[in-house]
Design a protein around this ligand. Structure first.
Ligand code: FAD
Length: 504
């Protein structure tokens, strides 16, 4: 099968036995589907394919199957700009997949997706100005080769198959069931069991209230405390606008604006007055837990600033209600060793459990772990410098969708969708077949640093993986700033003829 390429192929005719597309999108998660939507609508002439290693779409929302799995962002902003969200602000993985299914069907994206295709190698050739993408087809184990003019990387940022599990002493001694939340099998029956959850981030905050419904008892063991944000799972403005008969696209626009305004304010306040913000978070916990004297020391008093890591959302303060009702115990301690019956902590506490669930996070995976080559040389991503967290020096015709952590990831999918389509249309207009970003003369002595300054955002998986990530500079062009509010002004105004863009 072959797509209808729109660029002049006189000198770049692909081999006959490969599949050629103008654009190849990697991954059918929320980024890949959103990017495909923008491509289809903003570059209707371009042929494209989406390669996805799993058997269905959804990415993160397909991989994670632990009890209660849900977003921790509101879906008005985690949903796409172009498709109104009509459910509760915080949504289950199933509701997110249903939403994505509608987008796929409404824009006929399904015919562009090849499921069960794991990309194993990507190589760029400057003689043909083409990427060659090798994939392994799951159905018959065959190798399939694609060529493409442009690679749109939507493969996410972590290893979907191998979560991060610390190498704790004595793990082989434990006689119960040990599992990482990312590998949870919905067939596991935890009714009446004693469950130990290791970790206290967003996943723990989600899974614990769900476990508490059926388990005999749940214990949370954390090395250090997390900030929690309790609120009702509803948006009063949206509900009111619906009540007075406003149409859904308008509600979507207004509520997104409201949420983004509020989040911007919260982010600024976290920097300027973190103690006041913490007091407000505590007040919400007291309110939702129904316990005016809820004890915050030692388990709920973090050592970092609010928003330096993702704030874990608790609809209706569910995890705190579990604690107050005696269904949940919390330990802040270091796990010393596993025992036959559970774990022993550094302070000598033995916690017995029938099931131990690690919510210890991800292994960061740069570009899905796919080996890349440019003109025969392997790409070491750490030797590249990122252009606004989406393109990379020395790697032509490629964009990566890495979303936001403090705002909804998907806000960036829409912004980068506009940018990449504008870039592709610009290249078509000027007859360019290659675009590369490069440091400008004024950037020659620029100090290069890690992908993310730890003071800005410092979750463990990112800190463990910084040495694998591209580097950034001290100017906005060479950083992923994680600042949606500035990017929404800046990205649409990027001058595509600016000196950092090199075309051929
Ligand atoms: C449990 C959980 C909850 C989260 N909640 C939120 C939230 O509420 N709000 C928020 O903003 N963010 C959240 N995030 C961050 C989240 O990952 C992103 O928001 C978003 O879903 C990522 O989408 P993506 O499409 O970029 O990547 P992914 O969802 O990771 O999808 C990438 C896709 O690429 C495919 N792929 C990877 N490598 C290859 C390959 N070699 N060949 C072919 N296909 C490949 C994968 O199979 C996958 O389908 C959450 C993350 C997790 C893990």
């Amino acid at each position: 099968m072959s797509g209808t390429a729109t660029l002049d192929r006189a000198q770049q005719k692909p081999p006959q036995d490969v599949n050629h597309y103008d654009v190849l999108i990697v991954g059918a998660g929320i980024s890949g589907i959103g990017s495909a939507y923008h491509l289809k609508h903003q570059c209707p002439e371009k042929s494209f394919v989406i390669l996805e290693m799993m058997d269905t779409f959804g990415g993160t929302w397909q991989t994670h199957k632990y009890p209660g799995v849900r977003s921790d962002s509101d879906l008005y902003t985690f949903g796409y700009r172009f498709k109104p969200w009509v459910g509760t602000p915080v949504a289950s993985a199933q509701a997110i997949r249903d939403y994505m299914k509608d987008v796929i069907e409404e824009s006929s994206l399904g015919e562009h997706i090849r499921y069960g295709h794991r990309i194993t190698h990507c190589s760029w050739d400057s003689r043909t100005n083409l990427w060659t993408v090798e994939a392994l087809r799951k159905s018959d184990g065959a190798g399939v080769i694609f060529t493409t003019n442009f690679l749109w990387m939507c493969q996410g940022y972590y290893d979907h198959e191998h979560p991060y599990i610390p190498n704790w002493p004595g793990m082989d001694r434990y006689k119960g069931l040990f599992i990482h939340a990312q590998l949870w099998d919905p067939k596991i029956d935890y009714t009446g069991k004693r469950i130990l959850v290791i970790g206290s981030g967003a996943t723990a905050a989600t899974v614990i209230p769900a476990f508490c419904e059926k388990a005999a008892h749940v214990t949370m063991l954390q090395r250090s405390p997390t900030y929690f944000y309790c609120a009702e799972n509803k948006n009063e403005l949206a509900d009111r606008l619906r009540q007075i008969g406003i149409d859904e696209p308008t509600i979507h626009r207004i509520v997104r604006a409201q949420i983004m305004f509020d989040q911007d304010l919260l982010t600024k306040r976290c920097l300027e007055e973190p103690d006041t913000v913490f007091e407000e978070l505590k007040e919400l916990i007291r309110h939702f837990s129904g316990k005016p004297d809820f004890p915050f020391e030692p388990h709920f008093t973090p050592t970092y600033r609010p928003w330096q890591q993702r704030l874990a959302f608790c609809p209706e303060g569910d995890i705190f209600r579990c604690a107050v009702e005696g269904k949940l115990s919390v330990y802040t301690d270091t796990l010393e060793t596993f025992t036959e019956k559970g774990v022993l902590t550094a302070s000598g506490e033995e916690i017995e459990a029938d099931i131990i669930v690690a919510t210890t996070g991800f292994n960061l995976l740069m570009m899905g772990g796919i080996p890349f080559e440019v003109d025969g040389k392997p790409v070491d991503w750490h030797q590249t410098v990122t252009y606004r967290g989406m393109m990379f020096t020395s790697v032509p015709n490629l964009a990566w969708v890495m979303g936001y952590f403090r705002a909804s990831w998907t806000l960036r999918v829409d912004l980068l969708g506009d940018f990449v389509c504008r870039l592709l249309n610009h290249m078509q207009k000027i007859g360019a077949r290659k675009v590369e970003v490069a440091l400008r003369p004024e950037d020659k002595d620029m100090k290069l640093g890690p992908w993310m300054e730890p003071d800005n955002f410092n979750p463990n998986y990112l800190m463990r993986g910084q040495h694998l990530m591209p580097r950034s500079g001290d100017k906005r062009e060479w950083q992923h700033t994680q600042d949606y509010w500035r990017e929404r002004e800046e990205l649409p105004k990027i001058d595509l003829d600016a000196p950092e863009f090199h075309y051929r």
